[in-house]
Design a protein around this ligand. Structure first.
Ligand code: ZN
Ligand code: ZN
Length: 409
């Protein structure tokens, strides 16, 4: 096992300084908290580049091709992926339109472009320049906001919702979008940033000792590449990330974000998420009303998915983070690993709440303002989207190193 200072890192979850073997084909976990720090089967750079390029082409094609079509009472309509944002914009829901376009298409495309750039440079013989370093940092940040897979589930839910009222037909864009989601997920799950860091130019790392908390050695781990850095420095010696981001985060911002999210959850569930006009009669639909409709219509599994995504996940996420904030102040004990696991599950699951927003976006785009039936976005849609974003930000500002604080002081 070859260990050099270049793969010495600081665990982002518990602040422990660890030597990570570069060449290990087995997954390497932090001995203190179990966070994955490296290892695993290496992925071919050519392979990754080819798949990222294919995903990019599929993303471009999917944006313009017809996505799904429906026909009812002799009226047919088709929509493209771009229509989801265009129709929200038409109804003056600018923020929602931007949110949908960015999370479903723009961010994944930027991510794939960055991956293509990085792997083209890695395959070349020249040194990696500052642009490549910037992109390597960017892919870490962009990953959180990629939601094409959540959109796909949302699209399926909305098609099942509408299938009782109209004949739904999947168009070519739907299949290219599925292929895009699969490839994009493969790339995102297989590009190991741990494999990227040790390819970066190696400079002198500050003195550090493995098996001790970085905090106790006057060091802090870079949020991006996890290299140990002296607290006096402004930028990470390895990846160039700003080191002010590595400072220990207090509980106040997380708590403020959680309170704001909890408050917004009320209008999100009381106000209509969309309004349906059918044969001259307008009917407001709340999120829970939609769940009941699905349940009564015999679509119990879909009703459960929407119920879990729209109510159970946001409420559970807010409560779990509040409890974790509280217990983080109560010292280190045998449950500390469980807390980290609980935090990670909470953090990962939150994005799936966006299903509701994507259901509204697809239904509004697909049905549009027809003579027989129209669907309009309601005020709850924005409130709910903001709840999801705020809980995601709350999870991002939560500092799991606080669980380990009493022993690191
Ligand atoms: Zn750790
Ligand atoms: Zn770094």
């Amino acid at each position: 096992m070859v260990v050099t200072t270049s793969n010495r890192c600081v665990c982002p979850d518990c602040d422990w300084v660890v030597d990570v073997p570069v060449t290990s084909t087995e997954v390497f976990k932090c001995p203190r908290c179990g966070h994955r720090l490296g290892g695993g089967a290496p992925v071919s750079e050519r392979h990754t580049l080819a798949l990222a390029l294919a995903a990019l082409i599929l993303a471009l094609v999917s944006l313009w091709l017809p996505f799904v079509g429906y026909s009812a009472s002799g009226v047919s309509q088709t929509m493209s992926l771009l229509d989801t944002s265009a129709e929200l914009l038409h109804f003056h829901e600018r923020l929602l339109a931007i949110l949908v376009l960015f999370t479903v298409w723009v961010v994944p495309v930027l991510y794939l472009l960055a991956i293509c750039w990085i792997f083209t440079r890695l395959l070349g013989s020249g040194p990696l320049g500052p642009v490549t370093l910037y992109f390597i940092r960017a892919v870490v940040q962009l990953r959180v906001w990629m939601m094409a897979d959540v959109f796909l589930l949302g699209a399926l839910v909305s098609l099942i919702k509408i299938s009782g009222l109209a004949a739904v037909e999947l168009a070519s864009g739907f299949y290219t979008f599925i292929a895009f989601v699969v490839l994009q997920l493969w790339v995102a799950n297989n590009v190991s940033r741990y494999q990227l860091w040790h390819r970066l130019p190696h400079q002198q790392a500050p003195q550090s000792e493995a098996g001790r908390a970085a905090h106790n050695q006057g060091l802090s781990g870079c949020v991006c590449c996890q290299a140990p850095n002296s607290r006096q420095h402004k930028k990470c010696w390895r990846c160039g990330e700003t080191l002010s981001l590595t400072r220990w985060r207090g509980w106040r911002l997380t708590l403020a974000l959680l309170i704001a999210a909890a408050l917004l959850l009320v209008p999100a569930h009381v106000l209509p998420v969309m309004e349906t006009t059918s044969f001259g009669r307008t009917q407001p639909n709340t999120i829970i009303g939609g769940v009941l409709e699905l349940w009564q219509g015999g679509d119990a599994p879909i009703a459960i998915i929407v119920f879990v995504a729209s109510l159970v996940i946001p409420v559970a996420k807010i409560l779990t983070l509040l409890v974790l904030l509280y217990v983080a102040e109560r010292g280190n004990d045998s449950t500390v690993k469980n807390r980290v696991v609980l935090y990670k599950v909470t953090d990962w699951i939150g994005r799936w709440s966006m299903i509701d927003i994507f259901v509204v976006a697809v239904l509004v785009a697909l049905v549009r303002s027809g003579q027989l039936m129209s669907v309009y976005p309601g005020n709850a849609a924005l409130a709910f989207a903001l709840t999801v974003i705020l809980t995601m930000l709350a999870a991002m500002t939560f500092d799991t190193r606080r669980f380990f604080m009493p022993t690191t002081k």
